[in-house]
Design a protein. Sequence first.
Length: 426
Amino acid sequence: MILASQGERDYLALECLAERTIALAQLRKLADPAAGFDPLLEARMRALLPLAVRHGFRIVTNMGAANPLGAGRRVMALSRELGLKVTTAVLSGDDVLSLLEPGMRTIEARGAALSEYGALVSANAYFGAEEMLPALASGAQVIITGRVADPSLFVAPLAHEFKWRLDDWQRLGRATAIGHLLECAGQVTGGYFAEPGLKDVPNLAQLGFPWCDVDAEGNGVLGKVAGTGGAITLRTAKEQLLYEVTDPGGYITPDVVADFSTVSLKESAPDRVAVRGAGGRPRTPTYKVSVGYHAGFVGEGEISYAGAKAVERARLAGEIVRERLRDDVTDLRVDLIGMDSAHRTDFSHSLPYEVRLRVAARTATRELAERVGAEVEALWINGPAGGGGVRRHAQERIGVASLLLERARVRPKVTLLDEDREAQAA
């Protein structure tokens, strides 16, 4: 996703973290202290660093995940391998696990104390533009962060370039609207929007990513890379603007409480949408913190049945597995994919010729999770006729909850990596 000012492509932003992603990254880091950043970091940087040096744009990304400093060092090693002179600024300090206390309550509907959850894996505060600005001021070509609010990856470069005050709530609100439109990449160019016959999008196989040309007031024009598939229209922009927004008049980020209810969207040309008029109110005194915790294990097994009475055979197979696990597994579900797995209701008007059975269970131990798939695999010769294509899988389950933490308790840190030297900024 590209941010531009006055027609120049100034920043390339890669937003790569979901709610659960960073907790899973923390697990990888626990197993290997050198890991914990995005597994695609090297492949993407190998492709982008030469272009960034050649064309003079800066890369901003949260691919640092649970190990931003490790990610920064990997980028420096890669730049040396490629014969490039690159500096990298790393924002860390969002890991606040050591600041949590058992009595803290989450902000989910039931508001339970942390002590009621499983053993904690991770806790990361959502930083914003203010925390990123020292990294941008360093002049580094690559800025790597851990957990940063998605729109803030775009708000920070704009605030830096245009020298906005961090209490300029109107401009920050407009920039947040721009960031929210860009943060999910191909969604605003038609990905996730497309629905055949109702919302057709051309050439999705070559879906282009968006860019936005933004002015000093925080208004912008969305476009997409020339010659690529997809489309930017009023419909795609409206859907993305409201995506995951519970209250359009009060969208809370670390930078501002943004007001999207005053946004104006206008198609100015093919694949061009002008975005104007968002507002904002003062930010809250707390950070949102995403907490990952051990939530047991999930075991799964799948098998297909085809031909006459395929559904009847699949249902019998599910009953067999349910009975075999009855005394040991209490949280079990049996689905016929394509018939009742999504909505738990059979909407079919006629029985299909083929069907896939899925059995899944939440368990307290990995051993029991693996048994779920083993019982499905046993259906090959110990169940109904004609089963095939078995797949089985067991994995640890990470739950996610959220809480609020006072900003004053958190210490963001920026580290500048230049060749073999490291320097810290405030």
